[in-house]
Design a protein around this ligand. Sequence first.
Ligand code: DGJ
Length: 547
Amino acid sequence: MKSFPRRALAAFLLTALLAAHAAAGAAPIPRLLQKDGRHALLVDGKPFTVLGVQAHNSSNYPAALGKVWAAVKDAHANTLEIPVAWEQVEPVEGKFDFSFVDTLVAQARQHQVRLVLLWFGTWKNTGPQYTPEWVKFDNQRFPRMLDKEGKGIYCLSPFGAQTLQADTRAFTALMTHLKKIDSVQRTVIMVQVQNEVGTYGTVRDFGAKAEAAFRQPVPAAVLARKKSPIPGAASGSWAEVYGPYADEYFHAYAMASYIGTVAAAGRAVYDLPMFVNNALRDPLEPMAPWKNNFSSGGPTFDVIDIYKAAAPGIDFAAPDIYMPESGKVDATLAAFQRRDNALLVAEMGNAPAYARYVYQILGRGALGVAPFGIDYADYSNYPLGSRLKDKSMVEPFGKVYAAFRPMAQQWAQWSLDGRTVGFAEGDDRKPQSIETGNWKVSVKFREWQFGNVGKDDFPPGTEAPNGGAALARIGENEFIVVGQNVRLSFEHGAGKPSMYARVEEGHFDATGKWVMERNWNGDQTDWGLNLTSRPTVLKVRLGTYVH
Ligand code: DGJ
């Protein structure tokens, strides 16, 4: 048979398969799309913005879900990130219980919310506490890492062959179950494999298997992606190639290989997008070898290439942002958003100071964001997050999501097309500007609507930075603007005099049609576009003229 007919046959079979699926009413499986170095998550075949929240760590039981859904609703979120724990699905070895997953998926459908499942398996915040008891305490079968002195530590070894086998089997059982219950509706849109992996206190495993692997040549796939910091050291053992970084890089490779094996086995059954999340290293500290200052071996920004080489089944590494300083947020977003790594802020503090970052994150084209602990379980993770536990904790995020939600689908398409930009007020409170298309957009913060009169005369409610704005350039001279506590102005890039043609305040309806509520003019435009504490959506059209 020549190649053309064989291809034609393959195409025919694929079409027949898709048609059969469509006939069964199945939505297409969620997947990632890359275009010119930008990314989208396709849900039901269309770009999707994850306006997410993450539940608390012990809310993965039916009895806890009521308080989760109540917070999800107040947050106007379209996605819930929630754990599924190995200990709960396989309490007895080989006997699986997915009743929580069934309840969760059914309730998510009732609430019209999508799910991102967090597989708490071998590692959760580096420790083994979510493994079943038959794993936790059998360290003959499921060995712990050894430190440099040969002492066992808290963390399970990535070289435990039986641990890998058992985790892979449990994860595959989960994906098999998901395929069975969710192949039509696709309520679950992504899976995070393990949680904040790596090791605190020890740079890597020093057990016998790890030591033997450490002496092996660095695999070609790693060499191809991660260059040596030592001039001329292009190949050899980890120590030869990576010098003072060898221990951390080797540990990253070991962790990533393990996670990649688990993920690949799950995807072979049911091919959902999969990712890992990261407890950050300080993005502003000068790069230096690990010195007990972050979790070694986790997918920190400096080892993303090693994760890519070792774990092709993982689509991207996602930052968990618990550093509220605006400079660190900027640096983190820049480090994790790459042509080969879609940006999803998998977790973020739920203190009010973080809400303004939603504008910046969605403006720069992320798949989405999910503040952690948006859940009315009686628990606060202060100082990482908010001191509050009630509606007032959710409100700063809820009002931003409420503004984005009606246009979330369009937003994802605009950001895939490279049309969006975003601002978050910096800790320095200074003005900022960005060029987009023919226009320069400038923003200022802490101003009265007619400008400031006295040195210390600031509007109430602006004591701490909480301003932000995101814009989508939907035409040559036309923008969708959404923001709060910010004053915006536009200048034509080529210096042509310009003025507003229309500044419509409104919203998108369920069919994606713009609905104008009123047109701003006079005081509302003479001083720039002042968006106050209530997030507002504007459709702005500008024009240029000749003097
Ligand atoms: C980051 C972890 O990934 C979460 O599961 C949670 O433990 C938070 N830290 C702290 O509340």
